[in-house]
Ligand binder design. Structure first.
Ligand SMILES: N[C@@H](CCC(=O)N[C@@H](CS)C(=O)NCC(=O)O)C(=O)O
Length: 279
């Protein structure tokens, strides 16, 4: 069972952080849960963070609590990789290993504990269902995220038709097979056979998605350095999605915004209200 680490009243609801022993990852993990005021059951929005983040970044800088309180939505923020399992090299770079799990299930022997896909789509939802009881309606879930977490949100939604009511993303890594971050992560976690990478590439999944019509909102800052350096490639996802009638994508290029949480917090209300429409 999860243990409470901290609890702070926020906009009439409560922002908590918990820790628990993850069986899937084989380590102790923290996650954050915001519950709005009232009795529930409330729908659940997942927020997946980006490279170098923990469960804390969005809680402290994402500015979601006021809108989540107003709309009556539980918001859950997981961590971004296993912690403290000590694989040689896991702290050598900021874009691979610790803080950079990329929401895949690693198949390379050395990185086998890196199963963040299973963790965020299966284990943590079960833990939260048990923890939150009548407060949360786990039949109504949606997912969002930033950068690496935007990639995570898009792939989780497309790989699990009907599990999430809608999906959104802030500056997502849209075509990891074709960018340096994704190529480094996928070759490390999944190995050199690129055919196995396609199962975790949002632009490839957008070509094949055939579930119920999925609503997608993407916001991207126009002066985001990582956009300019070709790490995000939203045009590849948008082009693939345009050819697929089952994907309804709204892509917004936001003038003058960068990659930071200043950008995320500026549009968080829009994203919460977007998801609220489909619960
Ligand atoms: N190397 C830089 C860049 C990494 C970066 O921009 N990470 C984004 C996600 S890809 C982030 O959310 N950083 C944490 C923050 O801004 O709070 C760092 O260590 O922060």
């Amino acid at each position: 069972m999860a243990q409470e680490v901290s609890s702070n009243k926020s906009f009439g609801g409560v922002q908590k952080v918990y820790s628990h022993e993850s069986k899937v990852l084989g380590c102790s993990m923290k996650f954050a849960v915001y519950t709005p005021p009232g009795d529930g059951p409330f729908p659940v929005l997942w927020f997946l963070s980006g490279l170098t983040c923990t469960e804390a970044n969005c809680v402290q800088k994402g500015s979601f609590q006021q809108s989540a309180a107003a709309q009556g939505i539980v918001v859950i923020c997981p961590d971004t990789s296993p912690r403290g399992i000590d694989i040689e090299g896991d702290n050598d770079s900021w874009d691979f290993g610790t803080g950079a799990g990329f929401y895949v299930n690693a198949t390379e022997e050395k990185w086998k504990p890196y199963r963040m896909y299973e963790y965020v789509t299966e284990e943590l939802p079960s833990v939260c269902a048990a923890l939150l009881g009548d407060k949360a309606n786990m039949a109504k879930q949606s997912i969002t995220g930033h950068s690496m977490g935007g990639h995570g949100a898009l792939i989780c939604a497309m790989k699990n038709p009907s599990k999430y009511q809608s999906v959104s993303a802030f500056s997502p890594i849209c075509a990891p097979m074709n960018c340096p971050w994704g190529q480094k992560a996928f070759s490390g976690y999944l190995g050199e056979d690129k055919s196995t990478w396609e199962a975790y590439d949002a632009s490839k999944l957008a070509e094949k998605y055939s579930g119920p019509k999925l609503k997608v909102l993407i916001d991207q800052g126009s002066v985001d350095d990582f956009l300019i350096k070709g790490q995000l490639l939203p045009e590849q996802f948008v082009a693939a999605a345009l050819k697929n009638d089952q994907l309804e994508v709204e892509y917004r290029l936001q003038e003058g915004y960068d990659h930071s949480y200043f950008f995320i917090s500026s549009f968080m209300k829009d994203h919460i209200e977007f998801h609220a429409k489909f619960f």
